[in-house]
Write a protein that binds this ligand. Structure first.
Ligand code: NAD
Length: 493
């Protein structure tokens, strides 16, 4: 069993009280590592270190170009350690190694992209409607950032949050999910070796209520960036509002994947299956509601089932495996509860719906790829995020009805549209209430593009040029260019 330590002010350390949490491998069901169980005192130490690094010392004095060099070296360090980091995440959350390989290739690109942006942050010289006045705007780091992340892609979230934060000149205290902290802790050492000064990134671990909440509420934290569930997000938004902290929220979804009768149905079926069963459905952008035009619903459903039957569940480290386990015990229970709910609501289970037995995994948490039909959009199975391999099929008659059903949820993270008609592709893309719309594809990502949620799927954007905006404040500066003293408003003319 491995013990991993927190990272505060450039030093590895245990929790102040010396407590630990166990990290479970969801495939074997066995404890494989321990992480410190921190509390409010640890959050306080980390925030003070971040504050000190923000206001004085090498980071505060560093040129943006040099900041970019260090960030590039962090990207290189991640690339060099990709296999080790990928294996850690697989042990923590059961994500299959082949998917981790793809992620580990994408993560350094975030660091390189924002490294390049660090010395391209510009202000402006706007005209002002006052005589003898020169005005400028400058963009400054928002300050100390508290970053809280979920368990499904920990190092990707580190990159999506810390890279733009550092490019902007901020400092960070990161708290990864208690279910998958080890890769973030290993990242800290890579950042130090890349030359990142002490205190710029601090990583604390523990439970949300015990260390996450005091971190968010800490008076020296200026901004909170959060990736996680909508229910926790709402709570955190309220905590942050008490002292008007800036907030970025990347929350859940109930994304519609919409198939019209004129689509390439083979391509759409692959997109639908990969869109919900990839990562065992544990993706914020999972296409968990499949909207199919009534004229092709039956035939398309058969195609879908045939494809889904090919999915191989198994050891996430095996190249043969398509789907690994559900990452955490509470999530495993939640998925099974939703399957029960769907059955009792009257949805018809046409595939899966049970715990799966997988060779070599005695205590592993596997759920069969599950498909419900006869779902109506008001059912809980169609309205609430499940975050597991459960697909709801809903029929629709025409474009207008597809849009109405698609938008009739509180979420607005992503959507997919499958049709051969360009006019319809564009009309749908504009009508759908979603931060990302995929047309004739699904789950295509790029670090060059912003991602984020409309409605209750979140606030702000990560990735692309927009991704740095949330880490900057705009300040206006006005100079008098008058020769003499300015007019005194308290003297009568
Ligand atoms: P979660 O909300 O349970 O936890 C997320 C983080 O919040 C963890 O670090 C946790 O310790 C912390 N936390 C929990 N309770 C807290 C509290 N009271 N105070 C402070 N911190 C607290 O989410 P999860 O189960 O880890 O992740 C799954 C969710 O994440 C899904 O809803 C998924 O859609 C979402 N997600 C969103 C995106 C996105 O980019 N939009 C990406 C991945 C995952």
């Amino acid at each position: 069993m491995e013990d991993h330590l927190m990272f505060i002010d450039g030093t590895l350390c245990s929790a102040t009280k010396g407590d630990w949490l166990e990290s479970l491998d969801p495939y074997s069901g066995k404890v494989w590592a321990r992480i410190p169980r921190g509390n409010a005192d640890d959050a306080d130490r980390a925030v003070k270190a971040a504050r000190k690094a923000l206001k004085s010392g090498p980071w505060a004095e560093m040129s943006p170009t040099k900041r970019g060099h260090i960030m590039r070296a962090i990207g290189d360090g991640i690339a060099k350690n990709a296999d080790r980091l990928a294996a850690m995440e697989t042990s923590d959350n059961g994500k299959i190694l082949s998917e981790m390989k793809g992620q580990m290739a994408a993560i350094p690109e975030f660091w390189y992209y924002y490294a390049g942006l660090a010395d391209k942050i510009e202000g402006s010289l706007p005209q002002v409607d006052k005589p003898d006045t020169l005005a400028m705007t400058v963009r400054e780091p928002v300050g100390v950032v508290a970053a809280l992340t979920s368990w499904n892609s920990p190092l990707m979230f580190v990159a999506m949050k810390c890279a733009p934060a550092l490019a902007a000149g901020c400092t960070v205290v990161l708290k990864p999910s208690e279910f998958a902290s080890t890769s973030s802790l290993a990242f800290a050492q890579i950042a130090k070796e890349a030359g990142l000064p002490d205190g710029v990134i601090n990583i604390v671990t523990g439970l949300g209520q015990e260390i996450g909440a005091p971190l968010i509420q800490h008076p020296m934290v200026d901004k909170v960036t959060f990736t996680g569930s909508d229910s926790t997000g709402r709570m955190i938004y309220q905590m942050a509002a008490a002292s008007m902290k800036r907030v970025t929220m990347e929350l859940g979804g109930k994304s519609p994947n919409i198939v019209f009768e004129d689509a390439d149905l083979d391509a759409a079926a692959v997109g639908a299956v990969a869109g919900i069963f990839g990562a065992a459905g544990q993706m914020c952008t999972a296409g968990s509601r499949l909207l199919v035009q009534n004229s092709i619903k039956e035939a398309f459903t058969e195609k879908l089932i045939a494809l889904a039957r090919e999915i191989r569940m198994g050891d996430p480290t095996s190249p043969e495996t398509n789907i690994g386990p559900i990452a955490t015990p509470p999530q495993f229970r939640k998925v099974l509860e939703y399957i029960d709910t769907a059955n009792s609501e009257g949805a018809r289970c046409i595939m899966g719906g049970k715990v799966a037995t997988v060779d070599g995994s005695t205590d592993g948490q596997f759920v069969e790829p599950t498909i419900f039909t006869d779902v109506s959009n008001h059912m809980r199975v169609a309205q609430e995020e499940i975050f597991g391999p459960v697909l709801s099929i809903i029929g629709f008659e025409d474009e207008a009805e597809a849009v109405e059903i698609a938008n009739d949820v509180i979420f607005g993270l992503a959507a997919g549209v499958w049709t051969g008609d360009f006019g319809r592709q564009y009309r749908m893309a504009r009508a759908l209430e979603a931060g990302t719309v995929w047309v004739n594809t699904y789950r295509a990502y790029s670090h060059l593009l912003p991602i984020g949620g409309m409605k209750q799927s979140g606030l702000g954007r990560e990735g692309g040029l927009a991704g740095i905006d949330d880490y900057l404040e705009t300040k206006s500066i006005l100079f008098s260019t008058a020769k003499g003293p300015t007019a005194n408003p308290f003297l009568q003319q």
